[in-house]
Design a protein around this ligand. Sequence first.
Ligand code: F0G
Length: 392
Amino acid sequence: MDYHLQCISCGATYHKEEIRYVCDKCHDLLDVNINYAKSFSKIALPGIWKYRGLLPIDDESKIVSLQEGNTPSYECKNLAKELHIADSHVYVKNEGANPTGSFKDRGMTLGVTKALEYGAKKVGCASTGNTSASMAAYCAKAGIEATVFIPSGKIAFGKLAQALVYGASVYEVDGSFDDAMRTVEDMCKDSSKMYLLNSMNPFRLEGQKTIGFEIAEQIGAVDKVIVPVGNAANIAAIWKGFVEFKRYHMVKKLPQMIGVQAEGASPVAKFWQTGKFVPEEHPETIASAIRIGNPVNWKKTVRALKESGGKIFSVTDKEILEAQSLLASREGIFVEPASAASIAGLQKLVKSGEISKGEKVVCVTTGNGLKDPNAVVDQFKGKIKKASELKL
Ligand code: F0G
């Protein structure tokens, strides 16, 4: 496939054969720019690879897939009624239904395939949990070594169990995700030793853009897509997916992209208000997946928000937990706290009168609730009763 890498700031271009995560000249992020063919048609490959015509790999024989993607989009009428917007259409795109329980699988099938194309024997990532679980699974399938760096004591138990059982080498870093990110970036400076699979690697986003493709195919044109924001890559990837589908007339119009951060870890939401990006040194929120103070991809997110006429704001932990319970108890969909930020975001838009009659709104729920049961059980402790207390 014909594509190259291009710096988002200075526009410098780089040949696809060379491993590179940032621009040599200005050290800013890179995009994968595909030289689009005249037409695009889906083909019979597993997982997201049915969109092979828009995915930048060169050697199909190297594809590592666990049949990721094709996750359900549910229309949530009970939720819409509860929020008093029954005359609008609310959908949940449930990424918790992926093989390792999060959207990361879409990026990892591409990232690990790319690692094989580049001949990497060892790959690494920093993670708040889901990236490490996903990378470990795809590396197990590919037969390459996975090394993960996690903030000590700060990732959900289910995610840690996943990284361990899939066979990754797990290293704890004192501090936050951002410290773990600095550590892995350092380790991956010489890419012949370790290939970096964080979302700073632009190929990860190429896999994640398929969320946009699927929303367009499952629901059609929508008005708003609400996405939880942590390291700030996924919302930009989904936007890229919509833009590419529009180019091929696979969707009629583009949605507004709405980002939601947790209040205690909201540097991009603050940038949106003040125009100043200030990394947060001690990010704190119950939504551990998005507990990130210095999101690597923030500029890509801001670009997507501006291009789509969207915005980003924050919600409190209380709002996140209430939204998690609401979605589970009204729709039977159990998502982790970070994912519930999209539902809490929708509630906030409803309160401020920003959801109009007839609008189609999609909340992307990014990870499965079973990964982090503690966040729920702690709240519900008093609800468990003795069987002898029940009188019918
Ligand atoms: N939701 C979940 C469940 C996540 O795990 C993440 C990121 C996000 C949302 C935010 O996506 O970073 O692209 O803005 N988790 C990363 C990890 C950081 O290490 O698993 P983003």
